[in-house]
Structure formats: structure tokens, C-alpha cells
Design a protein around this ligand. Structure first.
Ligand SMILES: [Mg+2]
Length: 265
């Protein structure tokens, strides 16, 4: 039986259902996490949400437990400074470094980014551009895109991939019809690796679960040796989890993750 010390779960579609009905966390998942916590594991929610949106979700999910750490915006690493108030503090200097590197990248890549957005909007006029590169800096710069359909976002992603070496470290994180421009070195997998480093853990002690493109970086077996996805995960996620020797559940969202965690007990 592996000894899990760190459980990293995406939130939307992985802990709670994305579509239809209330976004409640299944009791099976709460029980599985509680059981692993009793054995010494800590739990990090690894999400594209901001800390504020994560706290908002917490008010709605009825879980009764809170994560020990929050990895937010597919990048930042937080520890709680007041669990009951839902307040988070920087854990180490990772967040400052990430913000500085994103700022520098954006300055450098702005002409290419604007050009790419121009091409995308000429082809798909209803694509929305979100501004404000992060919540601290870069107000007014392009931060992301919202497409009207998965097919439209497929086209956008293929256009961005087509930039090739011109894009340098300019990358993106995709979740369904949403896309966030990002530094290629910062993603959920990198944030999870940093949290593991801060906690002095090896990847063999880490479990990760997710359901969408932006989860792929933590599901390839590198930052977490134990990986899983629920039945609602997109095909590329299921393939990545299988390649890494993980568990593809036939149960959806949090029930699927609970099953994966129970299998490891
Ligand atoms: Mg998700």
C-alpha cells in the first residue's frame, strides 16, 4: 500500500459536478479524504479558480472540510493563515516569482499576443478577450479568451500552437471553452511540485486527480506518481492517466476520485 502524504485534486468536474444540479461535494469524497488525513496526508485543491472564487465555492459545496493548501489560478501556492476565515498566505516566494516571470513574459510577448488575438477575432468575432493578466499586476493586458464552443476553442488552440518558436515561453491553460495565457513553466504540475518541495515530499507520496486539459500537467506521473480521473474526464486526460498507470474511474467527479483514493488504502 502506498503512503500518500499529499492529495492534489482539481475542483470543478473533479470534486464537484460541473453541469446540472447543485455543486455539492459527494460525501464519499469527504470520507476518503478524511480517512487519508487521519493517516497523515494533507489535501490541496489545485484549481484554475482564484482564491476568492475557491472560497466562494467552499461556501456552496457543503463539504464541512477545507483543504490544507490551495493551488490557484493554475499557478499559485497558498497555505492557510486563518482556516476558519478562509484566508490564504503565500507559501514561500513562489507566487512572487511566478508573478514577476509572468509580467516579464507579457511585456516581451505582447506584440505576438495582440497579433494572435487579432487573427482569432477576425476568424471568430464573438470570442471574448479577458483583461488583467493576474489579480495583482498587468491590469489592462490580455489575460485570456472565452470561446462560444469547444470547437471554437479547438481552433484557437491550434492557432496558438501554430505560433511555434515565435511564442517563446508564452503558453496557455485551457479548461473547456476558457483559456488563460500563461508562462510555459507555470501550471498545475509545477505548482504541485513546488508544494511537494516545500513539504519535503517525493512524487511517490503524492496523488493527483483532474478532468480537463489544464490538469494534464499534474497527471503525467512526474509531480504525482499516483494519478486518477473521474468518468467525466475528457479523453486526453483518461489517456494520460492510463499512460501513467493511474486509475480511470467509471464514476463521475468526486465519487470517481473517492473510489481512486479508496483503492490506494
Ligand atoms: Mg476541472
Amino acid at each position: 500500500m502506498p503512503t500518500l502524504r499529499l492529495i492534489s485534486t482539481d475542483y470543478d468536474g473533479t470534486c464537484v459536478p460541473v453541469w446540472g444540479g447543485p455543486q455539492e461535494m459527494p460525501c464519499e469524497l469527504v470520507e476518503a479524504i478524511t480517512e487519508w488525513r487521519a493517516r497523515g496526508a494533507v489535501w490541496a485543491v489545485n484549481t484554475g479558480r482564484s482564491p476568492a472564487l475557491l472560497n466562494q465555492a467552499w461556501g456552496e459545496c457543503g463539504a464541512g472540510i477545507r483543504p490544507d493548501y490551495a493551488l490557484t489560478s493554475e499557478r499559485d501556492v497558498w497555505r492557510p493563515c486563518d482556516q476558519r476565515a478562509g484566508e490564504w498566505a503565500d507559501f514561500g516566494d513562489w507566487n512572487q516569482r511566478a508573478a514577476a516571470e509572468h509580467r516579464a513574459l507579457l511585456t516581451e510577448a505582447l506584440p505576438i499576443l495582440r497579433e494572435a488575438i487579432g487573427v482569432i477575432r477576425r476568424r471568430h468575432a464573438r470570442v471574448r478577450v479577458l483583461y488583467g493578466f493576474d489579480h495583482v499586476n498587468g491590469e489592462g493586458e490580455p489575460a485570456g479568451l472565452v470561446a462560444e464552443s469547444e470547437e471554437e476553442m479547438d481552433w484557437i488552440v491550434s492557432h496558438l500552437e501554430g505560433l511555434g518558436p515565435r511564442a517563446g515561453k508564452l503558453s496557455y491553460q485551457r479548461n473547456s471553452i476558457y483559456l488563460r495565457f500563461a508562462h510555459a513553466d507555470y501550471h498545475k504540475g509545477a505548482a504541485l511540485a513546488e508544494l511537494s518541495r516545500l513539504l519535503d515530499l517525493s512524487s511517490g507520496e503524492v496523488f493527483a486527480a483532474g478532468d480537463h486539459y489544464n490538469d494534464l500537467s499534474m497527471l503525467d506521473g512526474t509531480s504525482a506518481r499516483h494519478v486518477a480521473c473521474p468518468s467525466n474526464a475528457i479523453l486526453p486526460v483518461k489517456e494520460a492517466v492510463r499512460r501513467a498507470g493511474g486509475h480511470v474511474s467509471e464514476l463521475p467527479d468526486g465519487r470517481g476520485v473517492a473510489e481512486a483514493l479508496r483503492r490506494l488504502l
